[in-house]
Write a protein that binds this ligand. Structure first.
Ligand code: ZN
Length: 348
């Protein structure tokens, strides 16, 4: 298979991260170690798999999460949802690393002081290269779409555009990239798409999350652990209207302007811990009710198949109680096996 980024080389990169490891590490390991220590829960509405355990996670930690060790078969079936095999080539992986490292040094490691952030704040990156920062953000958005992460897809035109940007502007090494960009008379085409990048204050031990909105495209919305990214794939800022996006949009409305559009200097928005907690709880509430509705739908369907009619309210409540009200470790509580057991107990 040809590389989905350059479309030239064989797609020979295995274990490639969709999002840089440093970006998501603290979401899945309290000590923010990047490889092998992740414990990843995938909470899709119809996903009922075990969590993913990195290969350095201890047996005790696994027992903590699922009440036992993994079986050989389960070990074989473990899949880290944040890595992909043979979708792009090693050369492209190295090219993307240039902009990843640039963002790591310029934003991730530099912007950590929230002491002046009274709810929200804005940092202007005066001495940074906004083209490289944008290319990094584009690489994230493009990869999320390439792998259909949580169902996310860019429209055809935006995907093609971002792919062109990544191929045209990121060269084999940083020096060549920088000199190409500075000498390119068309480089400002990179700035013609409204984009916001917000860094959130998160305590070291708070569990982060990764969430990509698969419905909204005006703008496209991504939460990648500490970063909220909003991108509009048309060069028209008038339509860069916020949607509710778990309260983030109303935060943005009140805040100093975070948007970047044909900018001279790239702006990073900041949101403090208190506002971030509000976003998290709004996101969790909406996900939990979505997931619960899906469990109920499955139960209704199963009941109809078995008895020919829908279950009544009392029975549905009983099923939910059987599903939730138990001491099962979180890692197996909502696996397919346990859902079926709860269904069977409910209709007994
Ligand atoms: Zn490639």
């Amino acid at each position: 298979m040809k590389c989905s980024i350059c479309n030239l080389n064989e797609a020979d990169q295995t274990g490639a991260h969709i999002f840089p490891a440093w970006m998501i590490a603290s979401a899945f390991d309290h000590k923010s170690r990047t490889r092998g220590y992740e414990i990843i829960y995938a909470k899709y509405p119809l996903d009922s798999k075990l969590p993913f355990f990195g290969n350095s996670v201890s047996i005790d930690q696994i027992k903590d999460q699922i009440g036992r060790d993994l079986t050989n078969e389960e070990i074989l079936n473990q899949k880290n949802m944040f890595t992909v095999d043979n979708l792009w080539c090693r050369k492209c992986e190295r090219r993307l690393k240039q902009v990843e490292d640039y963002f790591l040094e310029t934003v991730e490691r530099k912007i950590n002081d929230f002491s002046n952030c009274n709810d929200t704040d804005r940092i202007e990156l005066n001495n940074s290269n906004n083209y490289l920062i944008r290319l990094f953000l584009y690489s994230i958005i493009y990869r999320a779409s390439l792998v259909r992460f949580m169902g996310f897809t860019l429209n055809y035109k935006s995907a093609k555009k971002l792919n062109f940007f990544l191929n045209n502007y990121i060269k084999d090494d940083l020096q060549s990239t920088l000199s190409f960009i500075s000498s390119s008379y068309r480089k400002d085409q990179l700035l013609k798409y409204p984009i916001r990048c917000i860094k959130t204050e998160q305590e070291a031990n708070s569990a982060g999350l990764v969430f990509v909105h698969n419905k909204h495209n005006k703008p496209y919305c991504l939460i990648i652990n500490r970063y909220i990214i909003q991108f509009y794939g048309k060069g028209n800022q008038a339509n860069f209207k916020p949607n509710s996006f778990f309260g983030i949009s109303s935060i943005i409305k009140e805040a100093p302007e975070f948007k970047n559009y044909k900018e001279e200097v790239f702006r990073i928005g900041l949101i403090n811990q208190k506002l971030w907690n509000n976003v998290m709880s709004s996101l969790f509430n909406s996900q939990v009710s979505y997931i619960m509705r899906n469990h109920i739908r499955r139960f209704e369907l199963m009941h109809k198949l078995k008895f020919g009619y829908m279950p009544d309210k009392t029975l549905i409540t009983l099923f939910i109680k059987e599903l939730i009200d138990n001491d099962l470790p979180l890692g197996i509580k909502y696996t397919k096996e346990k859902i079926v057991e709860a269904m069977n107990r409910a209709i007994k």
